[in-house]
Design a binder for this molecule. Structure first.
Ligand code: SF4
Length: 460
């Protein structure tokens, strides 16, 4: 078993992107707008005739009832539920604008509701949203239908409604069970409540329950986090996502309410991460890669063993890469060889739709170089292996010549034990999986060109 020591964590703590896309979203440009997006949608329609490639849908619900001080999401804090009713009416119109270009009844094999707080929506709102999605798209059996849950906004009855509406995966935002930490970040949710909800989710037959945790929060200590880790091990969710808190108060206003003196030191953060890796391994979790863990019989762990992992804007997935339509403010989409992102504010969003326009504000048409590098980065991050020959056949390149500078750079990582290089290709070692983004970064042309790496969250 690979033991990741605090020393190793310290050594490979390089700031870097999470590669939920390549190129990363900070490379999107305003030269790509609604017109370019519509063209991509229309090309998809032509290209998919008779092939029926299933779609992925992401819906952003931006509202939250109360502010968590660590928040870096695009959200609106409000106590007025009627604001969501207006928003849903616009979402419905945005869906219509899409189907006008790509046709009604397209198959969907992945749906994710994120936010904000999707469960800010009332029961009637959730029903309306799912009805409008099902009116315009066909959710195929066996798909992944997931929703982010703020435990403070649901009970067993609401979870039953989500099951009835077709959701089969839940993701609970836990962050930390310690009451002192919860107070410091202004998110009070007793552990008993989360335990009861996860119990209910199991009774209701949800296929997979994920728990999100954050380390590096104010008032967290290695000892307090150890208690949280023990509780999570007892809760035994199917999946765990463990994120590092990045304190960037100049960029994210809510974080200004966090008392800097209460933040743990870097050495304490390293100790927390090292301990989490140990506890989850001891509890039988498989390390999927990039902050994700899953029980061995969870679909994600099975997919990892079988080399069938994929990566999209929600992180790792078992579903093959497919086109993604993003709905709602700030949502990101991926159609063909393009990425696109919606406007961020409600006013801009409502304005665009009132004018009959899709609210796309920026995006990117990928170049051939972007596509080759995306294939390389995704192979390394998902399969942990890249074979030269199939890559050369698919992209008509001489890999070793095309990426000679990168392969030279990789030699340092080979000496450090993160990758193994052979005549056939590149393999990420068991140790390298823990630092796979450092391996991927070698192939990121934009990072090579002009670097401001400090903008990205650090691995630790
Ligand atoms: S962390 Fe989530 S629930 Fe909290 S304010 Fe941000 S989006 Fe809302």
């Amino acid at each position: 078993m690979t033991v990741v020591t605090p020393d190793l964590l310290r050594r490979f703590d390089v700031p870097g992107p999470r590669y939920t896309s390549y190129p990363t979203a900070d490379r999107f440009v305003e030269a790509f707008g609604e017109q370019e997006y519509v063209l991509a949608l229309q090309q998809r329609k032509i290209g998919s005739v008779g092939k029926a490639t299933p779609l992925s849908l992401y819906v952003h619900i931006p509202f939250c009832e109360s502010l968590c001080y660590y928040c870096a999401c695009n959200k609106i804090i409000t106590r007025h539920p009627e604001r969501a009713e207006v928003y849903l009416r616009y979402l419905s119109r945005e869906i219509d604008l899409h189907t006008a270009h790509c046709g009604i009844g397209q198959q969907v094999s992945q749906l994710h509701l994120g936010g904000g707080t999707p469960t800010f929506l009332s029961d009637a709102g959730l029903r309306d949203l799912m009805a409008m999605i099902k009116r315009s798209f066909t959710l195929v059996p066996g798909g992944e239908y997931s929703i982010e849950i703020d435990p403070r906004t649901v009970d067993e009855q609401r979870l039953a409604l989500l099951a009835e509406l077709g959701f089969n995966r839940l993701s609970f935002g836990v962050q930390d069970f310690d009451p002192e930490v919860q107070k410091a970040v202004h998110r009070i949710q007793p552990a008993e409540k989360v335990f009861a909800l996860v119990d209910s989710a199991r009774r209701l037959g949800f296929e997979s329950v994920n728990v999100d945790l954050i380390y590096g929060l104010p008032r967290q200590t290695p000892e307090s986090f150890d208690r949280t880790l023990a509780q999570v091990a007892e809760l035994r969710p199917d999946r765990i996502a463990l994120y590092a808190y990045a304190h960037l108060p100049e960029r994210f206003k809510p974080q200004r309410r966090i008392v800097t003196a209460e933040l743990p030191q870097a050495s304490a953060k390293v100790a927390m991460l090292a301990r989490a890796l140990e506890v989850f391994a001891d509890s039988g979790y498989t390390y999927i890669g990039m902050d994700h863990f899953a029980l061995p019989d969870d679909a994600l762990a099975v997919a990892k063993r079988q080399g069938r992992l994929h990566r999209n804007f929600q992180g790792y997935s078992t579903q093959p890469d497919c086109d993604l339509i993003g709905l709602g403010v700030s949502a990101i989409g991926r159609i063909g060889a393009t990425y696109s992102q919606n406007v961020k504010t409600l006013d801009e969003y409502y304005d665009a739709i009132n004018q009959g326009n899709l609210p796309v504000v920026r995006g990117l048409a990928l170049t051939r170089d972007d596509l080759v590098r995306r294939a390389v980065i995704m192979a390394l991050m998902c399969q942990g292996e890249l074979l030269y020959q199939p890559m050369e056949e698919s992209w008509l390149i001489d890999f070793r010549q095309h990426f000679s500078a990168e392969l030279q750079e990789l030699q340092t990582l080979e000496q450090q034990g993160l990758v193994a290089l052979s005549d056939e290709g590149i393999t990420v070692t068991p140790m390298g999986w823990y630092f796979v983004r450092a391996v991927a970064m070698v192939f990121d042309r934009y990072l090579q060109a002009n670097r401001n790496r400090a903008r990205f969250s650090r691995i630790i």
